[in-house]
Design a protein around this ligand. Structure first.
Ligand code: GCU
Length: 332
């Protein structure tokens, strides 16, 4: 297991920094990948397997070691470390990349994706996302390898049920550190409190927060069901994670290794999508079993509340073009 204490995790960073840069000559290395999820999460499972397959196909020259549970830091800090070469790879929510380049905002909006399959079709279409995925290379030394779904996100609260935007009035709802998500929760009627993922459980438990929003897999793996028992099926957006990698490291690979790397990435992302669906079913069943009460919401009221937020972030031509392109793919 790759569980480290926080202290051991930090002690490892300078070391990783040296080897990360020194071995960017293509010899291979065990890539250190930072994840903020538990070892039961589909992303941990799919990315650990990615490492195993990579090691198998490169005679152990390349491997991936996934550090779970935010051991190496929260996403916002860790993506800087990946750019610096102190950490090799990370899973980062689209909300974090939005803070580095606002062209990522469009894919973080409500209404952009219809469902997981539509989302994956878009993020696997180089013609649509190729420019976006390489857009951080020159400025940040970060390459986006691809996307992993976060599934549909719902609002959950300690007290409930939440059925209409007015039910969220005065409730402090945790959001990711993102302008869009702050605007989104405000529009949905709540009071938005940005916070990193790992802090949410304690904040819910102590009453600093009244609720949060996430997919069912995260809700259960983070044990938020223990402290927020009302889940409103708002499905306000389909969230998107990205796997980012230090650009120098990727460019330092031999052509042959890079081909293997990309083939195995595709296999891992396909496995992730399959796992996502079964794990979501399981999480919903386990949540119900543990006493979580799910309720439907007044969808039209939430749609109406969110429409101005979507508009606000589609004011530039490039944002509007990307949005239209993604919507076109949904209609095909
Ligand atoms: C999901 C997502 C994470 C993100 C988290 C959050 O779990 O997969 O990447 O950090 O939501 O709400 O912060």
């Amino acid at each position: 297991s790759h569980r480290l204490t926080a202290v051991a995790g930090l002690a490892l960073l300078p070391l990783a920094g040296c080897s990360g840069l020194a071995e960017a000559d293509g010899e291979g290395k065990t890539l250190i990948l930072s994840l903020n999820q538990t070892e039961t999460h589909p992303s941990y499972i799919a990315l650990t397997e990615f490492g195993d397959r990579l090691a198998e196909r490169t005679d152990g020259r390349w491997d991936v070691e996934v550090y779970a549970n935010e051991t190496l830091g929260a996403q916002q800090e860790v993506i800087q470390l990946v750019g610096d070469g102190a950490v090799d790879m990370a899973v980062a929510s689209g909300t974090q990349l939005e803070n580095l380049n606002d062209e990522f905002q469009t894919l973080n909006l409500p209404t952009v994706f219809d469902d997981i399959d539509h989302q994956l079709e878009v993020v696997n279409d180089d013609a649509v996302v190729g420019g976006l995925f390489t857009s951080l290379e020159d400025s940040k030394n970060l390459t986006v390898l691809g996307g992993l779904t976060q599934g549909a996100r719902n609002v959950y609260t300690a007290e409930g049920p939440v059925k209409r935007p007015e039910d969220l009035a005065g409730l402090k709802i945790r959001v990711q550190e993102s302008d869009i998500h702050i605007d989104m929760i405000r529009a949905m009627g709540g009071s938005a409190t940005p916070m990193s993922y790992g802090e949410v459980y304690t904040a819910l438990q102590s009453g600093v927060l009244d609720g949060a929003e996430n997919n069912e897999v995260s809700y259960m793996s983070q044990k938020h069901n223990e402290v927020a028992k009302h889940m409103a099926r708002t499905e306000h957006l389909i969230g998107l994670d990205y796997v980012v990698m230090n650009t120098g490291l990727l460019e330092g690979m031999t052509e042959q290794d890079r081909t293997v790397f990309e083939e195995e990435w595709v296999a891992a992302s396909e496995h992730h999508a399959e796992l996502w669906k079964t794990e979501t079913e399981k999480a919903i069943a386990a949540a119900e079993e543990s006493g979580t009460v799910f309720n439907d919401v007044d969808e039209a009221a939430f749609d109406e509340a969110l429409a101005p937020v979507v508009d606000k972030y589609l004011q530039t031509d490039s944002a509007r073009e990307l949005y239209d392109e993604v919507r076109k793919a949904a209609q095909e």
